[in-house]
Design a protein around this ligand. Sequence first.
Ligand SMILES: C[S@@+](CC[C@H](N)C(=O)[O-])C[C@H]1O[C@@H](n2cnc3c(N)ncnc32)[C@H](O)[C@@H]1O
Length: 252
Amino acid sequence: MNQQLFSEITAFFNKLPRQGVGSTQSFQKAFNLLPKLGAGSQIVDIGCGTGGQTLDLLTHCAGHVTAVDSSQSSLDILKEKADKAGFSDRIEILCEDITEMELFEQSFDLIWSEGAIYNFGLEEGLTTWRSLLKQSAYVVVNDCCWLTDTPDPETLGFWNEGYPGMTNQLTAQQCIERAGFKLIESFVQPENDWWENFYTPMEQEIALQKNRSAEELPEGYMAFLAGMEAEIGLRRKHKREYGYVFFILEKK
Ligand SMILES: C[S@@+](CC[C@H](N)C(=O)[O-])C[C@H]1O[C@@H](n2cnc3c(N)ncnc32)[C@H](O)[C@@H]1O
């Protein structure tokens, strides 16, 4: 993908309240399943984007949050939001590739990651991230999972292309065990998590983007918008077949 197209796509997602499926309500539900984390706790938010869940972490926990993402433009938005909310002294914002975080060996009490582990696949991501954790520590991660063994061919085709490593919840549990974690709890995120902060504002943004003149758009951008419309259409038709699942894990 060329740089101009990549920048336009990042800017598109940065305009949305969240860059993935999520909400403060689901954050709270997952957070409440963890043991209490004190003011001295060290948390890392991996693939934080513009920081929807980062601000939730800072609001609900007294600890220190290291927010990591490879997109500087997303992190600039997070910094502005964190400063405005008065969290500057409890956050470190790092522009880093999440596949190269060796410097942080055994540093964290909690890894939080929404919408980012698909970059590795669940098992590989958890296995890699395990070394970042202290001896007694936790992970909260969400991932898109199959909710049926018999998906419609349209859904299967879409996800085989978009996320070929997508598992069902049972396989996810096996991946979690193999990666060295114990499953405390899991839950499928409610349908509203797909819409309120993500697909509904996305549809509005797509409509605005389509009004731009063709000359100012990089090649491939209209195809990207069409792809996002197809993804939203698929959700409307086949929402029972796949869903985002939160996993609350303890390091073994
Ligand atoms: C689907 S978005 C989720 C953002 C945010 N957690 C949320 O739920 O709103 C995934 C994020 O992961 C980041 N990301 C993807 N690959 C990455 C990598 N290799 N290193 C660092 N960040 C990465 C993207 O820049 C993006 O902000």
